[in-house]
Design a protein around this ligand. Structure first.
Ligand SMILES: [Zn+2]
Length: 280
C-alpha cells in the first residue's frame, strides 16, 4: 500500500468526481490525508473521512487565505478570500477522530502583493501560524506546514519559519510539505525533529536540489505526497493530479536512494503512520 500524505480531493477541482477519485485510490490501496486550507475546505476534508476508510483529514488556515486576492500562476488560479483564524471553530472540528493534523499553515511570501504593507502581512501570517501551533499542542497533533519564499529571495520564508518554530516548538512536530529549499535549510528542520514531504516536483526537478536532499536525508523522516490537484508528476504533467499518482513520487524516491519500490513504499507508509499516529 501507499499513502498520499497531502491531497486536496476536498477542493473544488474534484467537486464533480471526488467519489470516483477516492474510489480509485481505495482500489489502488492508497491511503489519503486530505488537507484543508481554510475552514470550509477543512470541514469538507473531515466530512469525507466518513465515507472512505483509509482517509484522514488535516484542518487549518493557509497563509494565502489571510488576504483577499487572486492567486494566478501556471496551473493554479483561484480567488482567495480573506479569512481570520477561528480558534474555537477549528478546535471543535479537531475533536473529530480522523483529524490527524493541523494545517496547512505557515508562511507564504511568494504570493504577497508587493504594493501592500509587506511587514504587516508577514506579521499576520506569523500570528496565524502561532495560533495553529497552539491548537496543535492543545490537541496533541502534529502540524502540516506550508512554506514558500518570495520570488527575489526564496529562502526568506524558510528562515523566518525556522525562527518562529524555534520560539514555539510544536510538541508533536510535523512535516514541511512540498519541501522546496536546499540542504542547508533541510538540515535545520531535521535537527528540530520535523519530517520533509516531497511531491511530484521531484520527478521533473532539473535543478538537482531535491535529489541532493533526498539522497542524504535520514530515510525515517521522508514523506510522499501529491498536493493534488496541483504539481502532477511525470509522466502525467499537464493532467489534473490525484492521489494514485503518489506512486510516481515513491518511485522517484526509490530511484534516488537506489532501493526497490516496495522498500520505498513501506518506509513512506511507516513514517506517515509514525508522525500522524495512524492505525491501520
Ligand atoms: Zn497543499
Amino acid at each position: 500500500m501507499l499513502i498520499d500524505t497531502h491531497a486536496h480531493v476536498n477542493f473544488n477541482d474534484f467537486k464533480s468526481d471526488f467519489q470516483q477519485v477516492m474510489a480509485r485510490a481505495e482500489k489502488h490501496q492508497v491511503a489519503i490525508i486530505n488537507v484543508g486550507s481554510q475552514f470550509s475546505t477543512s470541514k469538507r476534508a473531515v466530512d469525507m473521512t466518513a465515507d472512505f476508510k483509509k482517509t484522514y483529514a488535516s484542518i487549518g488556515l493557509h497563509p494565502v487565505h489571510l488576504e483577499d486576492f487572486i492567486v494566478e500562476e501556471d496551473d493554479v488560479k483561484f480567488h482567495a478570500k480573506a479569512e481570520e483564524f477561528d480558534h474555537s471553530a477549528f478546535n471543535i472540528l479537531a475533536q473529530e477522530k480522523k483529524v490527524i493534523a493541523i494545517g496547512e499553515c505557515g508562511l507564504d511570501y511568494y504570493h504577497v502583493d508587493v504594493t501592500r504593507d509587506i511587514y504587516s502581512i508577514k506579521e499576520k501570517q506569523k500570528k496565524a501560524l502561532h495560533s495553529q501551533i497552539d491548537l496543535a499542542n492543545q490537541n496533541k497533533l502534529p502540524l502540516i506546514l506550508h512554506c514558500r519564499g518570495s520570488k527575489d529571495n526564496p529562502k526568506d520564508a524558510y528562515k523566518d519559519i525556522l525562527s518562529e518554530l524555534k520560539k514555539n516548538l510544536p510538541k508533536k512536530r510535523g512535516v514541511i510539505h512540498c519541501f522546496g529549499s536546499d540542504w542547508e535549510i533541510a538540515k535545520q528542520f531535521l535537527e528540530l525533529g520535523f519530517y520533509l514531504g516531497f511531491t511530484g516536483v521531484i520527478t521533473f526537478d532539473k535543478t538537482g536540489t531535491t535529489k541532493n536532499i533526498i539522497s542524504q536525508m535520514p530515510l525515517d523522516r521522508i514523506l510522499a505526497e501529491t498536493d493534488c490537484p496541483y504539481l502532477t508528476p511525470e509522466p502525467y504533467r499537464g493532467k489534473r493530479n490525484e492521489p494514485i499518482y503518489v506512486e510516481y513520487v515513491v518511485q522517484k524516491i526509490a530511484e534516488i536512494r537506489q532501493i526497490n519500490f516496495d522498500a520505498a513504499a513501506d518506509l513512506t507508509v511507516k513514517n506517515a503512520k509514525q508522525l500522524f499516529n495512524l492505525v491501520f
